[in-house]
Ligand binder design. Structure first.
Ligand code: SF4
Ligand code: SF4
Length: 76
């Protein structure tokens, strides 16, 4: 789970709910700034690695919301 935020003339927040994510990778495909990374899905799903399926680079995220619109499972 992560939450990143950009303050300015309008506050924008991107939140990731790991419990909703199935690791489909659609979000990383649509991100125009290449800010989302999909981890090794099989070891994570099997509990062999403790990490989220998706990670974000908060420095490059433009808070455009495309990933959130594209995620079919409401994880972003
Ligand atoms: S699109 Fe949604 S369900 Fe698919 S990997 Fe991204 S956050 Fe997870
Ligand atoms: S909000 Fe936009 S720039 Fe940020 S991770 Fe999602 S698609 Fe990429």
């Amino acid at each position: 789970m992560f939450n990143i935020e950009r303050k300015g003339s309008e506050n924008r927040v991107l939140s990731y709910k790991d419990q909703n994510c199935v690791g489909c990778g659609i979000c990383s495909e649509v991100c125009p700034t290449d800010s989302l990374r999909l981890g090794p899905t099989v070891p994570i799903a099997r509990g062999l690695i403790e990490m989220d399926l998706v990670s974000v680079n908060a420095d490059s995220c433009a808070f455009c919301g495309l990933c959130s619109s594209a995620c079919p499972f409401g994880a972003l």
